[in-house]
Design a binder for this molecule. Structure first.
Ligand code: FES
Length: 161
């Protein structure tokens, strides 16, 4: 059995509407709605923007502006694994910039991008709350401290399996 692309789009619109409607009475509902959409559906698609805008009685431009302003919001589907490398000050002091450059070189992507095989999305993050054990890296939500380039390669090897 095949599922029509139009059906999938309609299911997504319905889900977006449910998520937005459930939170529209919150104070400052847009950010919580965007986080919920990303958590539930993996990313915030451009087609989601007018649906959210309609529920909140905002313009699509207003919603788009918030989605594009915050780095945390993913606008395309992510990879099967996500690696986030802290680039904030304390980690920078112990080599996080070089570690980020190593990861970008190794994966052939920039921060915010996904490898062409869909295996890994690489993101930068500004503090993971693990400042005493930098450079800090998070892989699929799991935190790793004092990550060297060799350790990063090993982590990538684990998620690429
Ligand atoms: S600065 Fe990197 S974890 Fe806080």
């Amino acid at each position: 059995m095949t599922t029509d692309v139009t059906d999938l789009a309609a299911v997504r619109v319905q889900r977006i509407r449910e998520i937005a409607t459930a939170r529209r009475d919150l104070r400052g509902p847009l950010i919580p709605i965007l986080h919920a959409v990303q958590e539930d559906l993996g990313h915030i698609d451009q087609a989601d923007v007018p649906v959210i805008a309609e529920v909140l009685n905002l313009s699509a431009a207003e919603v788009h502006g918030v989605v594009t302003f915050y780095r945390d919001f993913r606008r395309a589907p992510g990879g099967r694994a996500t690696m986030r490398i802290c680039q904030a000050e304390a980690c920078q002091a112990v080599g996080a910039e070089a570690l980020g450059a190593h990861a970008r070189r190794r994966l052939g992507v920039e921060f915010g991008e996904t490898t062409s095989d869909g295996a890994v999305t690489l993101d930068e993050v500004f503090c993971l709350g693990n400042c005493a054990l930098g450079p800090a890296v998070q892989v699929d939500g799991r935190l790793h401290g004092r990550v060297s380039p060799a350790r990063l390669d090993a982590l990538l090897g684990e998620v690429a399996r």
